[in-house]
Design a protein around this ligand. Structure first.
Ligand SMILES: Nc1ncnc2c1ncn2[C@@H]1O[C@H](COP(=O)(O)OP(=O)(O)O)[C@@H](O)[C@H]1O
Ligand SMILES: [Mg+2]
Length: 284
């Protein structure tokens, strides 16, 4: 559905090289995530794919056609939820959705159901200017779905949402995948990447050093360990042992036999640990 080759982008005004030769492709029905810290180039890449930033180098093929060759029928096929909600604040939630729906050939038939799904049905007649950030985010999310697009772009879809609402959005993204939609999302949240993405690209400083499934990254780079916290001669010690070779670890069994334990704790590397290991950077 999406093929990106040697993509480069410079913000002309500042001369900032935001994207430095990245390559990736996204299959139909896949959830593909961009995981990286603030300023990595996630939003920039999405805006190029959507057609909001022009003047890129390299190739961006969307459904087989170079992005710059698409005309406005492109927007019938894609849905976008920006990182900052873009809504008409003087209109109510329902009026927003009705107006936005009127821009598309394929009209929404399920506005109330969508509002209900994200917990906004009771607020549908309130002006959006009275909405909290989280309410705007949820409205902004459903506005991207109404015309039943094939490809969806979500920029930080759960940012600013409490856990309950974040879960609703994550569940909806999984349902969209179930319907065969292709989904590109950006996040700096490793849990979102882990829970949702079939594959994830680590992005740092406009470059992508790694693309793989979260599961494969865990297998390749994650290290399960067991941590022992114990007492020896009145002092407290803590040691970590790789789980894989623990049967042969004499020192581990010595501690178990000889010393008073405070705690045994098994720990698995998180996607964030692997991100730090492979990029040398933190996600925050
Ligand atoms: N409109 C802009 N003009 C100039 N530089 C920008 C602009 N938008 C973003 N940048 C810069 O481009 C880089 C990538 O930004 P962005 O794509 O927004 O990152 P992310 O979404 O990963 O946080 C950052 O260094 C940012 O400061
Ligand atoms: Mg961003």
């Amino acid at each position: 559905m999406i093929q990106v080759k040697e993509l480069e982008f410079v913000y002309q005004k500042s001369g900032k090289e935001a994207i430095r030769k990245i390559d990736f492709s996204i299959e139909q029905g896949e959830i593909f995530g961009f995981l990286g810290p603030s300023g990595a180039g996630k939003t920039t890449t999405q805006r190029i794919l959507i057609g909001l930033l022009r003047g890129y180098e390299g190739n961006v093929l969307i459904m087989g056609k170079e992005r710059r060759k698409w005309n406005n029928d492109f927007y019938e096929k894609v849905g976008v939820a920006f990182d900052f909600p873009n809504l008409y604040i003087k209109l109510t939630a329902q009026e927003n959705l009705e107006l936005i729906s009127s821009y598309y050939q394929k009209k929404a038939t399920n506005i109330n159901a969508l509002l209900d799904r994200v917990g906004l049905l009771a607020d549908k007649d309130k002006k959006v200017e009275s909405f909290s950030k989280g309410m705007k985010m949820r409205l902004n999310f459903i506005r991207s779905l109404m015309h039943d697009p094939d490809i969806l772009f979500f920029d930080e879809p759960t940012s600013g949402l409490d856990p309950v609402n974040a879960k609703i959005i994550k569940d909806m993204i999984m349902e969209l995948k179930g319907q065969g939609k292709t989904i590109f999302l950006t996040t700096h949240n490793m849990t979102v990447a882990e829970q949702l993405c079939d594959r994830v690209a680590f992005i740092v400083d406009g470059k992508i050093p790694v693309i793989d499934s979260p599961r494969e990254l865990m297998v390749q780079h994650g290290r399960q360990t067991v941590r022992l916290d114990y007492y020896r001669e009145g002092k407290e010690y803590s040691e970590e042992f790789p789980l894989k070779t623990i049967q042969e670890n004499k020192h581990f069994f010595d501690i178990l036999h000889k010393h008073q334990l405070k705690r045994i704790h098994s720990q698995e590397a998180t996607l964030e640990d692997i991100f730090i290991k492979l990029t040398g950077r933190e996600l925050a």
